[in-house]
Structure formats: structure tokens, C-alpha cells
Design a protein around this ligand. Sequence first.
Ligand code: URA
Length: 242
Amino acid sequence: MTRDDVAAHLDYFGELGVTGVSKDSAWTSREARVSGSAGEMVSGLSGEPVPGMSGEQVGSLSEIRAEIGDCQRCKLCSTRTNIVFGVGNPNARLMFVGEAPGADEDEQGEPFVGRAGQLLTKIIEAMGFQRSEVFIANVLKCRPPNNRAPEPDEVATCEPFLFKQIDTIKPKVIVALGTHAAHALLKIDTPISKIRGQVLAFRGETKLVPTFHPAFLLRSPDRKRDVWEDMKKVRALLSDSE
Ligand code: URA
């Protein structure tokens, strides 16, 4: 690693609001990391089994993708380019759930690849994980026109697929990114600012931690520190559940 690499790394942690390092085993042991082979990615763009995927969960994710098919269940089908199913490790212990694809995601068929997505990737990496080790999905699989907020009928139509993904992956921890994800998952309407950082029980064994959406952090960078505090909690939860 060159001096420039180290400087870039530190800048990037500083940008996230990281103020120190911890010697806690949650941060230093490989065992505390998200388990599962990072090689077993699923992008699920086609509904066909993806090369390299194997095992029960992968089969089930492929089945869920196949069930979605060329979805025409709500009005978003007339404006979307691609269905954005989700991406990552089908055995992930950590899952991130966002709101809906934006323009970049609609174009590429992968969640969180635009500016907000790049920040999410930084957050994941700052936690000590690779993007390919976690699973990333959205409440809506299709882009709402002009990135408007999801409408209740769209959430009602699409969320069963997210719940199926969650029940298949069975992550230990879900991070709900922003108001719409938190509200759809928890069926509450409490403002995200009131619930962020709480550790909530979710569908049996899973813990859910709501936090601010990365797009909000792009507009309000001073809140990155809050998200970093939340992610430290997530990290500790994963380490406790080893
Ligand atoms: N915002 C989201 O909520 N999801 C994405 O995939 C991209 C941006």
C-alpha cells in the first residue's frame, strides 16, 4: 500500500465521520465478518440460474426472481427499463434494504450503483465487508418515474417479494435505509430520525436497524456520523450472533 493509498483510505473514513479505531474482536477477527462465499453472487437479472450459484438459498432466490418474471403487476412496469431484483451473497448475514431503484439502477439492473450507492459501498467497506459479502435489495423492484416516493399500492404489490427474499436469505441483521424502507418493513410511520439506530426484532431471529438513507447523507453530510454509530451497532450485533 502506498502513502497515497493510506491517505485516500483515511480521507474516506474521515468522510464517514469515523473518529477512531477499535481493538474489539468485532473489528479485528475474520470470524466476526459476514460469512458465506463472496463468490456466490446473485444478480438475478434474468431469472435464469446464475453461473456459480448453488445451494438451497440460491435456488430459492432464483425461484423468487422467476416468479417476478416480466412483472406487469403495477403501473411502474410501463416506465421501468429493468427490474432490479437485488444483488449479493445469498447466504449473507447482513442485508441492506433501500427504497426503490433510481435512474442508474434502472439502467444497470443493480441496486445502489449511482451516487448514493457509491456512498453505501463505502459504508459497507468501512464496516470491514465487501459489497459482495452482503445482500442489497429494495422495497420496490422498479423505478418510480422521476424518483418520486413509492406509492402505497406499489409497496403492497412489490413487498411480498422482498419478504420472500428476506425469508430465504435469513440475514442476522437488516439495515433499513431511510424512511420508506423502515416504514415498509416495520409497518410503522414513525419518522426515521426517531427510530434510527434502534435495534428492533424482526420476523423471528432477525434484528433490524433503521438508519438514514445514503441519498440523504449526500444532502446532509453532517449526519454521516450518526450512520457510522448505527453501523458500529450492526457490526457488534453480527459479532454477538457468531
Ligand atoms: N436509492 C435506493 O433506495 N435504492 C437504490 O437502489 C438506489 C437509490
